[in-house]
Design a protein around this ligand. Sequence first.
Ligand code: ADE
Length: 224
Amino acid sequence: MRIDILTVVPQLLESPFAASIMKRAQDAGLLEIHVHNIRDYSTNKHKNVDDYQYGGGAGMVMSIEPIAAVIDKLKGERNYDEIIYMTPDGELLEQSHCNQFSLQENLIILCGHYKGVDERIREHYITKEISIGSYVLSGGELAAAVLVDAIGRLIPGVLNDETSALTDSFQDNLLSPPVYTRPPEFKGMKVPEVLLSGDFKRIEKWREEEALKRTQERRPDLLE
Ligand code: ADE
């Protein structure tokens, strides 16, 4: 899978993909991430990428020309399955979006800044608008990093059996059950006996019950 990220602050996207699972996915050739500086596509003398908004009002708006130029260039090189805009007024990101995106070949992700992008970009270029939560970040870069991480780990071959995404919270609309590791007892705090029993049927049943209990307590909306 190839992901092209368009940003005015490429530095913000250097470290999230330089370690751990995202790095391994890239080293294994399963994921290609290309970060493009929108400023490089500005034809303006000062390399501006934003301008005052028509009608007045506080805050600058990202201009259509440099964003259109980078998207048009990329679309001339390959077909893109989705052109995603990270924005607080987009669809709230869910595991189901990540599952769908992880099956695609080529994605573009546009990171917004300032007051957002000229609406004509959203109308004519963007195919999906995604929010990572009901709060406003200072730009779309951290949101894009969250999205790429959530997608990247689902690409077949990225996770091994032990870290398999199939047992993640949300994959079956249930939160994950509690987990424990050694020691079996720490300052009087004990690991549930069933997990030490070696009885895999009982363990499976306990995990299912705990997952359901946790979901009922914390995210009853998932069970509706
Ligand atoms: N840009 C700013 N805030 C955002 C959010 N919550 N989700 C996605 N992109 C954003």
